[in-house]
Design a protein around this ligand. Sequence first.
Ligand code: G3P
Length: 217
Amino acid sequence: MKFFVDTADVNEIRELADTGLLDGVTTNPSLILKSGRDIMEVTKEICGLTDGPVSAEVTAMDYDGMMKEAAVLAEIADNVCIKLPLTMDGLKACKALTSAGHQTNVTLCFSATQALMAAKAGATYISPFIGRLDDMGIDGMELIEDIRAIYDNYGYDTQILAASIRTVNHVKDSAIAGADVATIPPSTLKALGKHPLTDKGLDAFMADWAKTGQKIG
Ligand code: G3P
């Protein structure tokens, strides 16, 4: 499973990229707002921190406007992935951009039929929002399972990018359900490798090691 980090905070991205475990980055207008940075500047900086895809979202609502913005965003760096909303204009732009050789990420997916449409439009990634469905009392993970089944039925290459992830269990369950990628907030991504028994066990090993009086090397 690939891990993307869902943030426009360059310090967080740099720290995670340094681990060698980061496969890409996703941003959106809300994350750009949170960063306080100019979208062009911050996206360029992020693209220099990872070789993986960096999703940058268009903000126009119409096809022509989306295509114009996509051309501007695509100029930033080779690893920009154009993020488009799951609307008819967004799907039309997705088809055109994918056909022109760009990476695309269709976002704000809340149903399996929306995901089917994105695959037909040739999306590189489809972003089902798990947490926001959970917020409504709908099991977000069922959506991942449904999309996996549909894409496998027809051999679609579109990668399932589990988004709106809020917890470590969201990542685990997405992996079990067969999502190709999870885009994860920095704090949750860092928490994936944590376990209190690991910390406790390590403390005990280090305490015993100190008692041996030995050093390695
Ligand atoms: O990847 C989409 C994500 O940024 C939305 O997350 O927590 O606002 O639903 P959230």
